[in-house]
Design a protein around this ligand. Structure first.
Ligand code: FES
Length: 159
């Protein structure tokens, strides 16, 4: 498991200090959740509960907001997050086949992380590099004109 996913006291303290320093917490749930995700990397139940308590908002409301916005995630990302662009240009050039190959190789679905915490898989809308379609990103690194048979070699770079 990647070390940065741990729910340490220091992280809770950092979040608490951030909230305590706000002039008002009224209507600031989304802002606080953004900060919480920046600190923890994701928003597990424990963090949602903590935020709800501090802001005097019910846990179910917090959960509702977290599930509504696709920006928020309840699963920790892997050490290397792999994003496959599923925008139109990438899709028509076979991004779905690349994605299928990644799922097969990693044995996870989109939105999941491998059990060793190494890789997570996400899909994105157009990343603005349509000339390179289909595009896959591993962390910040961009791979262009990716074909399904290149997936193994790309993954090998990170193993
Ligand atoms: S559609 Fe994939 S980069 Fe634009």
């Amino acid at each position: 498991m990647a070390a940065n996913t741990a729910l340490t006291d220091e992280k809770f303290q950092e979040l608490e200090q951030y909230i305590d320093a706000m002039p008002t917490t009224k209507g600031e749930l989304i802002r606080v959740l953004h900060k919480a995700q920046e600190i923890f990397g994701y928003l597990p139940k424990e963090v949602q509960k903590f935020v709800g308590k501090k802001l005097n908002v019910s846990t179910s409301k917090v959960f509702g907001v977290v599930s509504f916005y696709s920006y928020f995630t309840m699963t920790p990302k892997g050490e290397f997050n792999i994003s496959v662009c599923m925008g139109t240009a990438c899709y028509v050039r076979g991004a779905d086949k690349v994605l299928d190959e990644l799922k097969k190789e990693l044995q996870i679905e989109v939105g999941e992380t491998t059990p060793d915490g190494k890789f997570s898989l996400t899909s994105l809308r157009c990343v603005g590099a349509c000339g390179l379609a289909p595009v896959v990103m591993v962390g910040e690194k961009v791979y262009g004109r990716v074909e399904a048979n290149m997936v193994k070699d790309i993954l090998l770079e990170y193993k």
